[in-house]
Design a protein around this ligand. Structure first.
Ligand code: SF4
Length: 452
């Protein structure tokens, strides 16, 4: 449990020496309790008190990791129940479920589907991060064979080993140890063996029980062994109860500060619905509340596009605009004679504009200056999108070396910038473009005739 200000105060040296930057030890204790300052600021605290405080002031929900090298992921570490309160920090990861009782054709189909879903949206790579393997046959060789096959054919996925048999779990983990697998299946009977295995290999351990109360007791027992790299599952396999569990577990951790439930959770959407669109609906719900791993039966673009976009929207910081990197972007086979457009670095604006330029099939360049990550009119009103910032971008990205023409198309909504830019860029002609991106294709198709 987190300590309050008075409890922290009792651990302090009570010198009131002000060296921490606060007028009294009590003032320092209050700030520590709010998490606004670090205990290290007090040079007189004992090691024992520091250790107690580190535990007490740690976030109520633990951040855990799985995977390896380029495919390592963090889960949990959330501090708020609602995105608008601050931000969510570690996005959920998607898994596709395999079973050792599936036919080879079914396995091949899922492998192909996993590999097919791989694209970039607003600077984020979108793909399935996890392959979950459920051992149903209790045939160790068949299970290992399945894991091996999928690992060989899906280079990006991290395996999630699902079995309550510690012996099979050990063999499976050994097979894919270099990929940083998740081990799922610690229960009331096997938890000691599973914890030892997870500890030995430093794995994220999935803990399962039938109901929140049993899960709570089991997590307490596991915490007593000293292992805290946990992923929780209260066992519900219908939407209503699973949703109820997710919300209760998260509220217990964040509102009551009870760290027994301060771990990320997993939702087996694949067991909640057979229909693909129903699974999509369930998964969408759990992106918001509050699963950290969401296991689907399968994936294709009709599921991935809405689901991954939803996750990206929920797990971006609402206080920071989504920005595209500043620079000059080539669209199509643009050359030194191609039109040059300028727009802002707000990601949504860039992707709308570049999409319409692509639709026009007129090879073009798009210049992105530093516009504060705002939309066109907001950036202009804030003084971030003006003659100076655009001229700076022209110079910084050496546009004059890339293009022979000295023409720049600006958004129609900021036609007022024309004279300002021409003052900053002597020898350049500024052309006022369209007010709406949707009319850019027509504009670009007729551009050369219009300016000649
Ligand atoms: S430095 Fe430590 S002892 Fe001094 S006022 Fe701050 S908390 Fe108290």
């Amino acid at each position: 449990m987190a300590l309050n200000g008075m409890q922290i105060y009792k651990l302090l040296p009570k010198k009131n020496c002000k060296e921490c930057g606060f007028p009294t030890c009590l003032a320092f204790a209050m700030k520590l309790a709010q998490g606004n300052v670090e205990a290290e600021k007090c040079p007189y605290m004992s090691d024992e008190a520091k250790a107690q405080l580190a535990e007490a002031t740690a976030p109520p929900m633990r951040t855990v990791k799985f995977g390896a090298k380029d495919f390592e992921y963090a889960l949990g570490g959330e501090t708020v129940l609602f995105r608008h309160e601050k931000t969510f920090v570690n996005r959920p990861r998607f898994a596709v479920m395999f079973s050792d009782t599936m036919s080879p054709e079914e396995v091949d189909k899922k492998i192909n589907n996993i590999n097919a879903v791989d694209y970039n949206r607003i600077n984020e790579e979108m793909y399935v991060e996890i392959a979950a393997f459920r051992c149903e046959s209790q045939d160790k060789d068949a299970f290992i064979g399945l894991i091996k096959k999928v690992m060989e054919n899906c280079p990006k996925v991290v395996p999630m080993i699902i079995t309550e048999n510690a012996e099979i779990a050990a063999a499976a983990v050994n097979e894919c140890a270099d990929r940083g697998p998740i081990l799922y299946g610690a229960n009331g009977e096997n938890y000691e063996a599973m914890v030892n295995l997870a500890k030995d290999k430093k794995l994220l351990l999935g803990v399962t029980a039938s109901g929140k109360e049993s899960l709570y007791e089991l997590v307490e027992k596991i915490q007593n062994t000293g292992y805290r790299e946990l992923l929780l599952d209260a066992g519900s396999r219908n939407l209503k109860n699973a949703f109820d569990d997710m919300v209760n577990i998260r509220r217990t951790a964040l509102l009551s500060g009870d760290r027994t439930f301060g771990y990320p959770t997993v939702a087996f959407v694949c067991d909640m619905a057979e229909d693909k669109m129903m699974q999509l609906a369930c998964a969408t719900l759990f992106v918001q509340k509050y699963a950290s791993i969401i296991v689907l039966s399968d994936i294709d673009y009709s599921m991935a596009l809405p689901l991954f976009a939803h996750r990206q929207n929920i797990f971006t910081d609402p206080q920071r605009p989504m920005r595209i990197e500043q620079g000059i972007y080539k669209i199509g086979d643009a050359n030194e004679e191609s039109p040059l457009l300028v727009t802002v670095d707000f990601a949504l604006t860039y992707f709308i504009v570049s999409g319409e330029v692509e639709r026009s099939k007129v090879p073009s360049w798009v210049l992105i200056p530093d516009a504060g990550g705002y939309s066109v009119l907001t950036a202009w009103a804030a003084g971030k999108f003006n003659g100076k910032s655009i001229a700076n971008a022209v110079k910084e990205f050496e546009v004059e070396n890339k293009l022979k023409t000295r023409e720049l198309i600006i958004p129609g909504k900021v036609a007022v910038l024309k004279a300002d830019i021409e003052d900053e860029l002597p020898g350049w002609k500024v052309v006022v473009g369209t007010e709406e991106a949707a009319t850019l294709p027509n504009f670009l198709k007729n551009y050369r005739q219009a300016v000649s």
